[in-house]
Write a protein that binds this ligand. Sequence first.
Ligand code: BGC
Length: 769
Amino acid sequence: MKNYITHDEWSIVEDGFHAANNEITESLMSLGNGRMGQRGNFEEQYTGKTLLGNYVAGVYFPDKTRVGWWKNGYPNYFAKVLNACNWTGIDIKIGEETLDLNTCQVEDFRRVLNMQEGTLERTTTVQLASGKRLKIYSKRFCNMVDDESGAIQYSVTPLDFTDTFTITPYLDGNISNRDSNYDETFWNEIHKETSFSEGYLVLETKGNPYGVEQFQVATGMAFDLKINSLKTDYQSLPARREKYVAGVVHIEVKEGDELTIFKYAVNLSSTNYEKDQLIPEAKTYIKRISEKGFTQLYAEHVKAWADKWEKNDITIEGDIAAQQGIRFNIFHLNQTYTGEDERLNIGPKGFTGEKYGGSTYWDTEAYCIPFYLSTADEKVARNLLVYRHRHLEKAIENAEKLGFSGGAALYPMVTMNGEECHNEWEITFEEIHRNGAIAFAIYDYVRYTGDETYLSEYGLEVLIGISRFWKQRITWSAEKNQFVMLGVTGPNEYENNVNNNWYTNYIACWTLRYTLEVISKLWGSERLNEIIFQTHFNLNGEMADWKNIVDNIHFPYDPERQVYLQQQGFLDKEILTVNDIADHRPINQKWSWDRILRSCFIKQADVLQGLYLFEDEFSVEEIKRNFEFYEPMTVHESSLSPCVHSILAAKIGLKEKAYEMYVRTSRLDLDDYNNDTEDGLHITSMAGTWMSVVKGFAGQRVKDGVLTLNPYIPEQWNSYSFRIGFRGALLRVQVTQEGVAVENISDHDVTILIKGEPLLVAANSTERK
Ligand code: BGC
């Protein structure tokens, strides 16, 4: 764990330069606006530890799968989220000396991610090797309004000298991915041009044999200089190299004067524009934003952030670390996915790093959908579901590649376009519980919104595809006289190729039950007949098969401890707790894979994931027993783990544990719990953090169409509040040590249940309990 970030309610603050942690800080201070994003890199050259990262939503490269031992069924490629053109760069030379914080003495330093306004600011004073002292101030943002653009204000003030500065704002496409095989690069230059204070670069992703489109991204910039906030005359000489354009300005700056560079940039991608229109569109865009100027752009951007916070801020009084943690999570979720483009999804690293590739995991359905259901327009969650419907054909093809047939659908573990692009056999072929999460999300959406039209319009087709897959993947064991599922990896990826993973069996069985239920709901409708026809559904045969599995599937159980077994044979392991291995964590960095696999240690909720999703099918005592058996063995080395444990602990009354897990989930990246923040942030689990307050401490659920709350407040807090939308009503819930206040800030009356008792909250009024 690291503890160098100053606790603050609205900001992430690095006081004093922590060069050794720079890549962690860069991840934490990433900026984004749903369309593009970047790590918190310095604008000027930096030769120290850094991961330069700029990303454009939806742009990736299908990188050939390279493995030592090819297994039939592997996907041909891995979709790499591409590190794209660096648009923030501004090189600074003072006389002959290059400004580089790695080679000068840093006298004071403060880097701040202002989450309220969505900006990254830095103030620093340095002494160059020559002894000259210089003050630097920079502020930048990825514009939330003009969301294909960003702007930078960058100032230098010579404190004790006068000299000629060389200022070089540039665009640089000589970028490689850190995770690329053999240091390959993925961009070709298509076009470049420069004029006095503008530059444009069009890059295209390299060709590929998989039929994946080659994306083009046009990056444009314009810049302007001022001295002491006043216009100044300067000459700018264009500079061009391969995949690089710049303007070079030589300008004398007197001691005590402040030279400011304003840099405006756009990133337009061929996913949104015709390729031949990229340059003219980029020029128009640049003209528009540079004419508005930094101050106006900034004001509009701050207003957009204020609107976002208005909708989904969570306040926590009495615990600054907890308050900072939750805002950090909400901030990054908002930066990653706005819900405006239904082609996009929520990548586990968002715009903060490259690891993981792809953009869509089961994380979206199991973790993010509940967040969007409560905090965004209904259509956002719906779009996320439709995204999977659009990939149904690919999921069927994916299953066919593995030998399934008859319309069975296996959704990919990782994807950009519906095709599987993950290539570790134990995950690609075996971590099939993901299919269940996609089915569950349909149920979750309908349960929350009451929008049953989704089922007939899209949902049932997906459910049939997934159910058909389960039917074929589950086999009959004559020995057990039951159905079994062999060779799987459950959510706990620290076990591979196990038989009868309880969670996978459960979610498969649940999917079959739910699909049967949806069919009976639509019974007799024209749409059902249409779906039966389109999917060649054998109504009686397939339904009877599914029912048979539901009634006769095996669930491993230990009658002595009365707990579900994570998988068959789990109790053959030596049962230890994480306290027995305190110095060995994180085990994924300290132990061999072989040792991990043989141990009882659990990466993330597995049986508990099932008890969390299907809580109504189990008693509280049962959940508690399983929690107390499994949690002590859980190392929480997936970011997706602590939030689920926090919610369950809150439900079963383990308040201290719920709080501990809340702190862990909300500050996972801020405090670098798993020693991996430098790779980028864990964006999808951030929705889980939100859930641990709203579903955990406040006990929010929807039962039989009614919103229910069962709130309590951790003793460390004085109060907390959050907003949720529910079927047209917008509620602000505040929980204090004294009780609960529910304010209805909408024109819809709503009756909710608080601790089991009905409460009518009329439009525009507040009720207390
Ligand atoms: C977790 C998976 C998750 C993936 C992306 C892995 O470490 O084990 O459950 O889908 O990260 O977040």
